[in-house]
Design a protein around this ligand. Structure first.
Ligand code: HEM
Length: 434
């Protein structure tokens, strides 16, 4: 009788107390577990955003979930970090900590309004004469353009990004994409930022290839407002975008590089100019090389710049079709295909280009292309085509070599059909011409 009573009590204890405790501990650590998992496996889903989004039909809802989850993950990480610091008597920082250590990244605790920007005292290698000549030849753009007229400009821009990044780490990847879409359509003139134009034409940002996949406009508005308060009528919207893109890459782990300034803003923006001027995920290598050539970029620049896909995400509608055609599916790692099927219950869901280090600029992206783990078709075929495969392999094996070329290629991209001197204008606000 006594033994039966003891067994019943033990069962009650197990069901009511121990099991719930175990379940809650498991749920609590699930995001960390998944993130850890994503580092060890070849292709995995980041627990902090995709799980919540897998079955959602509404695009706006999951994003707020995503932020919350990211925030809670960050809080956990920061607790972990503190714990680690205590443990590490020498106080050495891990590489991952360095990525989000803004002072370390940007070379000092600069404040808005400080006289010298760390960018004006670059910590990368001095330029050769040949490189100097090259930079001076970029259609009137030059380094340190605002050194005399608005010395705090680059700091204001950088600090704006850091503030935004602390709330939403996906902002870093959004900015270079915005620059690309600005520069390839009518040159780097800030036309993608316009909401209206004097001609009344439908603006570029409304085009299908832009639409829901471009963002970052509010951050640019905030930075522009601050710049207008401190240096009215000096810094163009197109330059803000160029500096922001560099800062986004540096924040993501790329070594610093100097950005050429001096662009002026355009007064037109027309949706009709977008068609045929932006690269598409279904483009062939011929089409990509042709398009880049038209913009003054060669095939090496193409492969160098595609490394920007080391950060950021793509929506399912940009890659899910690859599963439907056997020929295309062949170019796809079967495990990645499985992940696509699992996540893409809704075309507006997203997957990271590089699931192992989604927020970090590194050469892992190229290595994955060599293993058929490219998310979008246009990236993957660069690792297949005889003209580009060697470069994909090379940059995968030589991260520093790729880093070195990246800043130069970005300055080439940022110099496409720019307005300088007396051309265009300096907009007072980026969404409308003066
Ligand atoms: C052949 C050339 C290219 C093609 C076909 C291409 C295509 C795409 C596509 C389809 C996406 C996903 C958009 C979405 O679904 O939200 C994307 C994202 C992105 N692209 Fe490209 N791209 C190209 C070149 C570039 C270049 C040259 C850069 C930068 C210099 C760049 C930077 C980015 C970034 C950072 C993202 C992530 C955006 C985010 O997460 O918000 N891309 N690109």
């Amino acid at each position: 009788m006594m033994a039966a009573k003891a067994r019943i009590s033990a069962a009650i204890l197990l069901v009511c107390i121990i099991l719930p405790l175990l379940a809650s501990a498991f749920l609590d650590h699930l995001p960390e577990f998944l993130e850890h998992d994503s580092r060890n496996k070849d292709v995995t889903i980041r627990g902090d955003n995709n799980i919540v989004r897998a079955n959602d039909n509404d695009f706006t809802l999951p994003r707020s979930h995503e932020k919350k989850n990211e925030r809670s993950l960050r809080e956990k990480k920061s607790k972990k970090k503190k714990h680690k610091k205590k443990k590490n008597k020498k106080g050495k920082k891990s590489h991952k900590d360095k990525i989000f250590d803004f002072d370390h990244i940007f070379g000092g605790n600069q404040q808005e309004g400080d006289e010298f920007s760390p960018y004006l005292q670059p910590f990368d290698v001095p330029q050769t004469t040949e490189e100097q000549e090259q930079t001076e030849n970029y259609d009137g753009l030059r380094e340190g353009f605002y050194q005399k007229t608005c010395p705090q400009a680059e700091n204001i821009i950088r600090n704006g990004l850091i503030r935004a990044f602390q709330n939403d780490s996906t902002i870093a990847a959004a900015l270079p994409r915005l620059l690309l879409h600005d520069c390839f359509v009518n040159g780097c003139d800030g036309s993608i930022l316009l909401d209206t134009t004097p001609s009344g034409a439908r603006v570029e940002k409304l085009a299908g290839t832009n639409g829901a996949t471009v963002k970052g406009f509010e951050l640019i508005d905030e930075i522009k407002a601050e710049l207008e308060r401190q240096c009215p009528g000096i810094v163009s919207c197109s330059d803000i975008l160029a500096y922001l893109s560099r800062d986004a890459f540096v924040l993501s782990g790329l070594p610093n590089y100097n950005v050429l300034g001096g662009r002026r803003d355009g007064m037109e923006s027309n949706e009709a100019n977008v068609v045929g001027n932006l690269p598409l995920p279904g483009d062939t290598v011929d089409q990509m090389i042709d398009l880049f050539q038209k913009k003054g970029l060669n095939s090496e620049d193409l492969v160098v710049l595609i490394g920007a896909h080391s950060i950021g995400v793509a929506h399912c509608f940009n890659f899910l079709y690859r599963l439907d055609e056997p020929e295309k599916a062949q170019m796809l790692d079967p495990r990645l295909a499985g992940v696509m099927r699992f996540i893409c219950t809704n075309q507006m869901n997203t997957l990271p280009f590089d699931p192992t280090t989604q927020y970090k600029m590194d050469s892992i992206f190229y290595k994955q292309l060599m293993m058929k783990k490219g998310l979008i078709e246009s990236d993957q075929i660069l690792a297949q085509d005889i003209r580009t495969r060697g470069l994909v392999q090379k940059f995968g094996d030589d991260e520093m070599g790729w880093f070195d070329k990246f800043g130069k290629a970005m300055n080439k991209l940022g110099a496409i059909e720019v307005l300088t001197g007396n051309q265009g204008q300096i907009r007072r606000q980026c969404r409308a011409v003066n």
